[in-house]
Design a protein around this ligand. Structure first.
Ligand SMILES: *[C@@H]1O[C@H](CO)[C@@H](O)[C@H](O)[C@H]1NC(C)=O
Ligand SMILES: CC(=O)N[C@H]1CO[C@H](CO)[C@@H](O)[C@@H]1O
Ligand SMILES: [Zn+2]
Length: 435
């Protein structure tokens, strides 16, 4: 029951992203709100904006924070922000400056709703994920043990659930993780609503943390608390009758949590490219699903050094044909930016231009196959500069504007790709999946 109270009191959030001050206040309120009784709607005004407020409501089922019809008709990209400012640990790469760095870059390049009032929409209000959302992916012990785990987390700075890896935590981690999952769910609502009135709806982008793709059904893992993408996939099925969900995970690490959540499900296709041998070591090429879900999981581990050339070929030869054959109702993307050549956590050689290509091609794929319904979710990406430039160039792709990658990518950082090994891997995966 305590859990329900937490979910309810987490309440609704609306907060202009331009205001750091507002973030801090939001953090403060959310960090403490759940212990208070009789929480009333709270309005917080920041110095920069009068639109910012935080309010709490006991009705967590209500989720009609849709953009206006004009916005739905004109938008090209719609984003939501859950920066998790209270979820932070000194010197940890998954730090609370990641989302602000992205917002700063978007603002500098005039790519936010403030500068592009019609084309770029910020979904400012959304509800946090609720128990039903979490329980659609995560299992009993994790969900019912949250209360205990949360107490421990505040004391020890770690979430420990038996059978899954520990993840660092602060007193605000749970509320902020619920917001991250909710930010994605609400984008699914918005994109679906837009797809009912036009053929080329805006692409959704959840600028959220903590990330989600390592969180396994039984618990948190590898910087991830809840499976944001997996929860949105189940929500798309449940709330919108979008039965067939195609998930593309181009984070440099294997999305083992998403993999596990849908391993025997034929209706949710999980396709992951990742660096061979990187954390957590799962995602072998022969892990293809199980039972009814056999063939609906595709894992393609890439040799270290693989880059732009490799992933372009993979898009054409593997990702597109796979999606075409699957016939999805919606495409969700675990968008990790840690395969960038400058990322400190891995050794692939993606560039800003690579991420522009992926954004543009996936948007087109969604238009061709599923009424344009497509939502990106931020996963990894730990070099703040390459992360934010790559997300900004993805926005440009969604807007149909030319890439600015040439300004950011320095060919001097690149070395020769292991093209023979990449070709072999592509041939092998095509053979295994009869592509
Ligand atoms: C991050 O990328 C920038 C250039 O985009 C580079 O100058 C810097 O060294 C990189 N930082 C790390 C930690 O790799
Ligand atoms: C696909 C795979 O190997 N998944 C693993 C992910 O991590 C959990 C927790 O360690 C394992 O139980 C899964 O088998
Ligand atoms: Zn990653």
């Amino acid at each position: 029951m305590m859990l329900h109270i937490i979910f309810i009191l987490a309440g609704y959030v609306s907060c202009s992203i331009r205001s750091r001050l507002c973030w801090l206040r939001k953090h403060y309120i959310f960090g403490n709100g759940y212990v208070e009784k009789n929480v009333k709607p709270i309005r917080v005004y920041s110095q920069q904006t009068k639109r910012s407020f935080v309010c709490c409501s006991s009705n967590t089922q209500f989720n009609h924070f849709l953009p206006s019809e004009t916005e739905l008709l004109n938008g090209k990209v719609i984003y939501s922000v859950a920066a998790a400012m209270g979820h932070n640990k000194e010197a940890h790469p998954e730090c609370n400056s990641r989302v602000p760095a992205i917002i700063d870059a978007l603002e500098k390049m005039k790519l936010t709703s403030e500068f592009r009032s019609m084309e770029v929409i910020e979904l400012e209000k959304f509800r946090p994920a609720n128990v039903e959302d979490i329980a659609s992916v995560h299992e009993g012990a994790y969900v019912s043990g949250l209360e205990k785990a949360m107490d421990q987390a505040s004391e020890q700075g770690l979430i420990l659930i038996e059978g899954s890896g520990p993840t660092y935590a602060t007193s605000t981690t749970y509320q902020e993780s619920l917001l991250a999952a909710g930010a994605g769910i609400s984008l699914v609502d918005a994109v679906v609503a837009a797809s009912k009135i036009r053929k080329d709806p805006p692409v959704g982008f959840a600028l959220v943390r903590p990330p989600g793709h390592h969180a396994v059904p039984t618990g948190p893992m590898g910087f991830c608390v809840f499976g944001n993408v997996a929860i949105a996939a189940r929500y798309a099925q449940r709330a919108h009758g979008l039965k067939r969900v195609f998930i593309i995970d181009f984070d440099v690490h294997h999305g083992n949590g998403t993999n596990d959540a849908f391993y025997d499900d034929p209706d949710i296709y999980f396709l992951s490219t990742h660096q061979d041998g990187s954390y957590p070591g799962t995602g072998r090429i022969n892990q293809i699903g199980r039972g009814d879900g056999e063939g609906a999981t595709l894992n393609l581990p890439l040799p270290g050094g693989s880059g732009d050339r490799a992933i372009r070929d993979i898009f054409d030869e593997v990702i597109a044909p796979c999606a075409q054959r699957f016939k999805p109702d919606i495409i969700l993307v675990s968008a990790g930016y840690d395969a960038h050549v400058l990322d400190p956590l891995a050794n692939l050689q993606f560039t800003t231009a690579t991420y522009y290509m992926l954004a543009s091609n996936i948007q087109q794929l969604a238009r061709d196959l599923c009424g344009g319904r497509c939502v990106f979710f931020l996963e990894g990406g730990y070099n703040l500069t390459s992360l934010s430039n790559s997300v900004a160039d993805s926005f440009r792709a969604f807007l149909g504007e030319p890439s600015l990658a040439a300004e950011f990518d320095n060919p001097a950082f690149l070395y020769e790709e292991p093209s023979r090994k990449v070709k072999e891997a592509i041939q092998r995966v095509k053979h295994i999946h009869s592509l």
